[in-house]
Design a protein around this ligand. Structure first.
Ligand SMILES: [Ca+2]
Length: 212
């Protein structure tokens, strides 16, 4: 009797172990358990970039005041401090339009410091100062006054969708390109410069924009 009981217990133990082995060898269950584990791990790792994105979003929000600071204001000056360009350089273009809405036209003038030779050809150097100047009756607004390396400056004038006059400056240079819009701002009593496009590259390989 005791022997039969021991034999029965032994068989139950063997059967239990075999059943356990089957479960362990059951790939589907194993993979299922791993499959459940993996998404949790992936979710955990996926959540880190989300946190980073959220952090970047916050940083971008923090950068907003800086972006506002990049909108610079050009105030009027009583004296023409750029006579070395306006007197000695070359005026390339001029256009008159009422930019500030006071009924009188301002003169938008584009100068390069490069001079002309006796034949009228401009003696371009690798780099020269450029000046986009708005001349009001009693004030000078230097919208753009910078040296440009192997490049040219152009401007267009538009009325925008709100019928406000806008000057768009295009700088096309050997390693950069820039578009800046200028609006007159009554409250600021100056021209707001909004940089809408900037390309900083190593080398400009080709451009169809003609030189002056
Ligand atoms: Ca005016």
């Amino acid at each position: 009797m005791r022997f039969r009981f021991l034999l029965l217990a032994f068989m139950i133990v063997i059967a239990f172990n075999l059943s356990g082995c089957e479960n362990n060898q059951n790939g589907s269950k194993e993979s299922m358990s791993q499959g459940i584990d993996q998404p949790i791990e992936e979710m955990a790792t996926d959540h880190e970039p989300e946190d980073k994105d959220e952090a970047e979003d916050i940083n971008e929000n923090l950068k907003l005041p800086k972006e506002d600071e990049s909108v610079t204001v050009i105030y009027g000056q009583k004296d023409n401090a750029w006579t070395y360009i306006t007197d000695e350089g070359t005026k390339l273009r001029e256009y008159a339009i009422d930019l500030d809405g006071d009924g009188a036209e301002e003169k938008i003038q584009l100068y390069t410091a490069a001079q002309r030779d006796e034949n009228g050809d401009i003696l371009w150097d690798d780099s020269q100062d450029w000046l986009l100047l708005v001349e009001d009756q009693n004030a000078y607004y230097p919208l753009f006054a910078e040296p440009v390396q192997i490049g040219m400056v152009y401007f267009n004038v538009f009325y925008d969708e709100n019928d406000l006059p806008k000057i768009s400056l295009l700088l096309s240079a050997g390693a950069s390109m820039r578009i800046t819009n200028y609006y007159y701002d009554d409250a600021l009593n100056g021209y707001k410069a909004e940089n809408v496009y900037e390309e900083n590259s190593i080398n400009s390989m080709y451009s169809t924009i003609p030189y002056y």
